[in-house]
Design a binder for this molecule. Sequence first.
Ligand SMILES: NC(=O)C1=CN([C@@H]2O[C@H](COP(=O)(O)OP(=O)(O)OC[C@H]3O[C@@H](n4cnc5c(N)ncnc54)[C@H](O)[C@@H]3O)[C@@H](O)[C@H]2O)C=CC1
Ligand SMILES: CC(=O)C(C)=O
Length: 259
Amino acid sequence: MALENKVALVTGAGQGIGRGIALRLARDGFKLALVDLKPEPLQQVAAEIMAAGGQVTSLEADISDRDQVYAAIDHAEAQLGGFDVMVNNAGIAQVQPIAEVTPEEIDKVMKINVQGTLWGIQAAAAKFIQRGHKGKIVNACSIAGHDGFAMLGAYSASKFAVRALTQAAAKEYASRGITVNAYCPGIVGTGMWEEIDARFAELTGAPKGETFRKYVDGIALGRAETPDDVASLVSYLAGPDSDYVTGQSILIDGGIVYR
Ligand SMILES: NC(=O)C1=CN([C@@H]2O[C@H](COP(=O)(O)OP(=O)(O)OC[C@H]3O[C@@H](n4cnc5c(N)ncnc54)[C@H](O)[C@@H]3O)[C@@H](O)[C@H]2O)C=CC1
Ligand SMILES: CC(=O)C(C)=O
């Protein structure tokens, strides 16, 4: 597949892993559609891509709103002349002991992490089918989609659900030539982990930074993960070398969870 004329949409592209994926796919030759709740960081990422000679459009949208996800894909197609890869990256963390999870909290994490991914799969597949070509869908899972993590119970449940959606969608769309896979990072030094660490400090009294350090100490390869580490796997899943891979939720965690 020549990537120069291919279009990839990345949600949650304003910071962290989504930003890393967007920059990497632009280097790979994709035209990029960037989506996030926050417009300012999106503009910065778009400017970085343009400065490097890439083609990009960006749109403020909430992935938990089905109509906004469909509209974002229409926007990508209209602005960039095609639509080939959907990266359902946006998500939120939630640190709360099982005993204290409220109805509002479980609704929120499921609405964004699970429903948001479902709308992204649905809308992307519908667009590939309408356009009459194959496509690739890549979802954000986690090590927490393979093992349930203490204090991250609702979040873990949401990521197990992403793994289930990835498998089911892969089976349903295979005959259309659409592949559906997921990446499962470990401990990535992003804004999300700053929030997780701060919340652990609040709940347990651990000094700031200690929870992050504790988790990183448990990584076999001896360092925290970076967005670039994750982006290299997404580059593979978005590109032609992964054409015979579908339904997989691939661990990329430096050695934390072994399957
Ligand atoms: N940071 C980590 O250690 C890990 C992260 N992940 C997953 O990777 C994905 C990205 O994580 P990070 O970059 O670390 O997170 P982050 O919190 O640093 O960035 C997430 C981005 O998504 C956007 N976003 C959040 N809710 C949204 C919504 N409803 N609609 C549109 N955009 C929305 C935010 O504005 C933000 O720009 C998430 O799905 C997360 O669960 C998985 C495993 C480990
Ligand atoms: C944020 C996340 O998925 C973990 C396990 O840290």
